[in-house]
Design a protein around this ligand. Structure first.
Ligand code: SF4
Ligand code: SF4
Length: 84
């Protein structure tokens, strides 16, 4: 049987997030590109303003629970729970 591990639970309080394009500190520090910035609406990507982007969990299995994103967020809107 392959070793399994519990995936970290990642919660983002979207209404508190400044904007992944204006701030983006969590995106810069994540070593495994777990978080991603996407347009809130898929169409007309080129017409989006900074405020039209939102932060999503793109690759949860890659999260190492290093907590760098939590530590760097200026408004404490990322919560990660990991039971090991
Ligand atoms: S805890 Fe670490 S690996 Fe997980 S999303 Fe945050 S920065 Fe990335
Ligand atoms: S560090 Fe916090 S405020 Fe900045 S983009 Fe990430 S979640 Fe949003």
């Amino acid at each position: 049987m392959p070793a399994t591990r519990t995936l970290p639970k990642i919660e983002i309080e979207q209404d508190k997030c400044i904007s992944p394009l204006k701030c983006g500190k969590c995106l810069q520090v994540c070593p495994t590109v777990v978080l991603y910035s996407i347009p809130k609406q898929n169409e007309k990507f080129h017409e989006c303003s900074y405020d039209d982007f939102t932060l999503v969990v793109n690759n949860r299995p890659a999260c190492q629970a290093c907590m760098k994103c939590v530590e760097v967020c200026p408004v404490d809107c990322i919560k990660i729970e990991y039971e090991g």
